[in-house]
Design a protein. Structure first.
Length: 257
């Protein structure tokens, strides 16, 4: 296992209660059946995911999206209910998450033509139409960012969300140093549009669009023990960087004086 994949596993096991006792991996023959769905080699991270959580994600399960091998294999087998355009397979798309939403079932896919050394781009879309929307630089970021929000940000007594704007188009260039100055660390290394920052009393997750090459914005969610801690963190970012800091909403809403 690579150091990066180890860092993802270590972080998820730390933040998700009872994960190690409840996740269930796929069998090697099931992983081989997933591999048979695409002519492209499966990313190393995805093989790790399938071996750990390919049958059940336990407490990490998403409400509407099913990442299990059973769901993926069933989707590909049911050509009448869900016809997958052969061009999607030829062009390197592999479904990794089946969306059960009856209104807008935008499934999650790998784009195996856009790979990192261990992973690949994640998009969402419907295989009966031509285009997909770029979502996360890789599957590891989708899992870490999403579960850090659920188990670390919104389990704090007070949370908020908002945005950072950088007219120089590089928000993390100035955000990374000031977060380190504030005592935060990054438990998992991420690419240029996604971050998880942690310290003992607070967690912040940030994400920017992958569709716009010159994106000024990073949207954040920040959880901490109280309003004062959050305001202190955001105030330091506003003073110490060129970022325009916007706070949109509190969760739970602050009491009205």
């Amino acid at each position: 296992m690579s150091p990066h994949i180890e860092s993802v596993e270590r972080y998820l096991l730390r933040i998700v209660p009872k994960l190690a006792a409840e996740w269930q991996g796929a069998r090697e023959e099931e992983i081989a059946r997933i591999q048979a769905l695409t002519p492209h080699p499966l990313p190393q991270f995805y093989v790790w995911f399938l071996r750990r959580m390919g049958r059940s994600m336990g407490p990490m399960a998403f409400p509407l999206v099913d990442f299990s091998v059973n769901a993926i294999l069933a989707a590909y087998a049911d050509e009448e209910e869900y016809p997958i355009d052969p061009l999607w397979i030829e062009e390197g798309y592999l479904m990794i998450g089946y969306n059960r939403d009856n209104v807008m079932p935008l499934h999650l896919w790998y784009d195996l033509n856009e790979r990192t050394p261990e992973d690949a781009l994640v998009v969402h879309g419907d295989a009966t139409v031509a285009e997909a929307t770029r979502d996360f630089s890789n599957f590891a970021e989708l899992l870490v960012w999403g579960k850090a929000g659920k188990f670390r940000v919104y389990t704090r007594a007070q949370a908020c969300d908002g945005s950072f704007k950088d007219d120089a188009y590089e928000p993390f260039v100035c955000l990374d140093p000031v977060m380190k100055q504030l005592g935060f660390h990054q438990p998992v290394a991420m690419q240029g549009r996604c971050r998880v920052y942690e310290r003992e009393d607070a967690t912040m997750i940030c994400k920017g669009s992958l569709d716009d090459e010159r994106d000024k914005f990073r949207f954040y969610r920040l959880g901490a023990p109280d309003e004062a801690t959050i305001r202190s963190i955001l105030g330091t970012i506003a003073r110490e960087t060129r970022l325009l800091v916007k706070l949109d909403a509190w969760e739970p809403p602050l009491a009205t004086p």
